[in-house]
Design a binder for this molecule. Structure first.
Ligand code: ADP
Ligand code: ZN
Length: 762
């Protein structure tokens, strides 16, 4: 569908303060009404957030409505949220049509958003209702605008002046433009609320209602940034020129950790804000936002809007509304911020663009990096993809000239990239039940002696990944999933990392009932910490693992403590790889560099390469030299060699050549199909039928693999069967998949998920 018209630049630059709600909605309405105003009583097609696969016809309400208006409509006995999406279809008795209840007091959906949601829906094979849910994930959009009571100076004098009354009036006079709530005013004047109420009665002070959702503080883009180095300045100049052009463009900004990529894209943000357009910075990890918010505050004098799961509901609603009205200039957020209703988006930054968390793997299966590029191309915005270790997809797109590449060659200032060396575990063999080799132990001790921090990296949460009965060999598994239970000793429980189910560690083996024979096998970070405590009794040891913090806030606090030097040895999972700044850290020890190399995942080599380079990049960020040691049984493996030699381009070239030869992404296309249900035979039967009736897929020369039990063959009691579809680039894969899946009837207890460009194969 889509409107097929370019988005006109109708609006004046973003306003600092709001209070312009009426004007904004009016100008939008005026823009739309030429083409799409619907008079009262005419039929309109409304898209709702309910899981229906079609638009519903309603009559326009009194006063009419227009395309893009958010509305409340009756559906059965309920009232639901919707958007006027198209003309009504009709074809039934008009008298039976129900009326839209009301047009909501929120900025209407812009045409570019309408087109964006439609295209993401087509790309990911998701119904539009699911897309609308993604785009309206703020609470209370149907509620009347929430107001709060504030107090301003009135015209009358009070009948009698008291010192308390004088203080209230003095506060209001001093801060002429500001509006205070009762609590704020009482506190600032040092009076009780009855004093203020007394003044209100005499009209010396006036009580007003003002919208609770107010604009975010103004970001001053004219403030100077840090003086940039040559590389940085050149990169910033290019991106800023792109932003100033007002057209679409994507940049791949590659530079090692600490090379100043953030400084460069903050320049682009400044350019964008100066042009009166909005900017969005996507960050892969909530725990990283506080560090980034501080940098924005230093750069622009105030904090931007935040959008992620750690933000309160009221703040979410404020963010959504202000983004739509232009009261938020910059949003820092998680992948779902991409679906915020920006009024005038000019720049999207995807920081750590290679990060896997940008792929959503339930509901709408989308990749935020790719969809950011799509949204920017629709609205005429620039995209900056920043990473030290770009995804192969982005590297190939840059090689092909689709993205423009910018390189920052060196770390900023005196910091050097750490030397990376292997520890050959075939030579420096580990004792049974030990994971820290002699050379690594010595390096940590040396760091302790110099008062520097070390990081021991192991990408495994918990105490031990496996618990085995030494009497009968039984391995403790999850009751609902085809997965082993992981011991978490701090919590004193076994946990399934698939479904989250926990149970206490049994005393006797659940299989042979023999007591006292259950033993942990292999290390997790908790067990590694135990070993480190024994090896370095004088050191302060801290574990950094996503399951050990109660909340995102607690995680932030923990990271800040560590960064300020409150730990000597950090034991961490991949959460430490994601761009935290640890200035005192000089040694990184990777406990098992081979961990990611096993397994059939087509991205195993790429992921290992990225993770190891990222982790190694944690060392030596300030003025101290860093070193990274990789414990490995395969020091000659090409991936390990590429990591050690630092020949990034060589690695990507080799990896690209292999994928091209195999016809796999990014050179071919894939779709992962998972069919699941409670009955294993039923699931296999239907999957078998799907694998046989593939005429629509054969027409595009796609190959179908499977069905096979998924690597995790059961999750939460549901049996899972996979099919994999491979096709050449440039064929209409989605349309073929839709026709193919449309041939089958799926019983209510079965679920089909189609994952375009799958990133993981579980
Ligand atoms: P990256 O995003 O590539 O990891 P950052 O932008 O975070 O790098 O820069 C690393 C460190 O160097 C930060 O502390 C940053 O403030 C500092 N830095 C980078 N560029 C400059 C500059 N031009 N002037 C001063 N400090 C800088
Ligand atoms: Zn489970």
């Amino acid at each position: 569908m889509g409107f097929g018209l370019p988005v006109p630049l109708l609006f004046a630059p973003i306003l600092q303060q709001v209070g312009t709600r009426a004007i904004l909605s009016f100008s939008f309405a005026a823009e739309m009404c030429e083409i799409s105003h619907f008079d009262e009583g005419t039929l309109v097609g409304v898209l709702t957030t309910q899981p229906l696969d079609r638009l519903l016809d309603y009559k326009a309400p009194a006063g009419g409505c227009f395309l893009g208006a958010f509305v409340e409509v009756p559906l059965g006995p309920r009232k639901v949220l919707g958007v006027v999406w198209a003309k009504g279809q009709g074809g039934f008795d008009l008298k039976k049509a129900r009326s839209i209840i009301k047009v909501l007091d929120v900025a209407p959906m812009r045409r570019e958003m309408h087109e964006f949601l439609g295209r993401v829906g087509e790309y990911t094979l998701s119904p539009l209702s699911a897309m609308l849910r993604l785009a309206t994930r703020a609470p209370g959009l149907m509620d009347p605008m929430s107001m709060r009571r504030v107090f301003v100076l009135g015209r009358e004098d009070p009948d009698r002046m008291t010192p308390a009354r004088e203080r209230v009036i003095a506060v209001l006079e001093e801060h002429g433009g500001l509006r205070f709530t009762l609590g704020e005013l009482a506190e600032m004047a040092g009076v009780s609320s009855s004093v203020i109420h007394g003044l209100v009665k005499q009209r010396a002070v006036i009580e007003e209602a003002t919208p609770r959702d107010v604009a975010y503080p103004f970001l001053d883009a004219t403030l100077p940034g840090k003086p940039l180095s040559g590389d940085q300045a050149a990169a910033a100049k290019s991106v800023c020129a792109g932003v100033a052009s007002g057209a679409y463009g994507t940049w791949l900004l590659k530079g090692v950790t600490g090379s100043g990529k953030t400084e460069v894209y903050l320049e682009a943000v400044a350019e964008c804000l100066k042009a009166g357009r909005q900017a969005l910075v996507l960050i892969p990890e909530i725990a990283l936002t506080s560090e980034f918010l501080k940098r924005v505050e230093q750069r622009f004098g105030a904090r931007p809007a935040e959008w992620h799961s750690g933000v309160t509901m009221t703040e979410r609603r404020r963010c959504w509304r202000m983004v739509a009205e232009g009261g938020a200039q910059l949003v820092v957020g998680a992948r779902s911020a991409l679906y915020l209703p920006f009024r005038e988006l000019g720049l999207i930054v995807v920081d750590e663009e290679h990060d896997q968390s940008y792929k959503q793997e339930d509901g709408v299966h989308y990749h935020a990096r790719d969809m950011a590029v799509l949204r920017a191309s629709i609205v005429g915005a620039q995209v900056v993809l920043a990473s030290a270790t770009p995804s192969l997809e982005s590297w190939v797109n840059a090689e092909a000239g689709k993205y423009q590449r910018l390189d920052l060659e060196e770390r900023f200032g005196v910091a050097e990239m750490p030397a990376i060396k292997p520890i050959d575990l075939r030579v420096d063999a580990l004792e049974r039940g030990r994971w820290i080799s002699t050379p690594l132990t010595a390096a940590v001790r040396a760091g302790l002696g110099r008062g520097e921090q070390s990081l021991l990296f192991l990408n495994r949460r918990g105490y031990a990944p496996l618990t085995v009965c030494r009497a009968c060999g039984h391995q403790i598994g999850c009751d609902h999933c085809d997965a082993r239970m992981v011991e978490h000793r701090f919590q004193g429980r076994l946990m399934c990392h698939q479904c989250g189910e926990t149970k206490p560690m049994p005393v006797a083996c659940p299989s042979c009932q023999v007591e006292g024979k259950l033993a942990p096998v292999g290390p997790g970070v908790e067990r590694l910490a135990e070993e480190a405590e024994a090896l370095f009794p004088e050191a302060r040891i801290a574990i950094l693992s996503s399951d050990l913090a109660q909340s995102a806030r607690a995680m932030k606090a923990r990271i800040e403590d560590i960064a300020s030097g409150k730990a000597d040895v950090i034991i961490g999972t991949q959460i430490v790889a994601k761009g935290h700044n640890f200035p005192m850290l000089t040694l990184v020890g990777v406990i098992d560099a081979d961990l990611g190399l096993q397994g059939g995942d087509l991205r195993a080599a790429e992921r290992t390469f990225q993770l190891m380079r990222q982790v190694a990049g944690r060392a030596g960020r300030a003025d101290r030299e860093g070193m990274a040691l990789l414990q490995t049984h395969q020091p000659d493996h090409p991936v390990i060699q590429a990591i050690i030699s630092g020949d990034d381009e060589g690695f990507w070239r080799a990896e690209a050549a292999q994928r091209q030869a195999a016809g796999v992404p990014p050179f071919g296309r894939m779709a992962g199909i998972v069919l699941s249900g409670p009955d294993v035979a039923q699931v296999f039967d239907l999957a078998g039928a799907m694998a046989r009736q593939i005429a629509p897929l054969e027409r595009i020369n796609a190959q179908v693999y499977g069905p096979a039990p998924a690597p995790i063959a059961r999750i939460r009691g549901r049996h899972r069967v996979r099919l994999l579809v491979k096709a050449a680039k440039g064929v209409p894969l989605q349309a073929a998949l839709a026709t193919w899946a449309g041939q089958f009837k799926f019983p209510a207890n079965m679920r089909l998920t189609i994952d375009i460009d799958p990133q993981s194969f579980y």
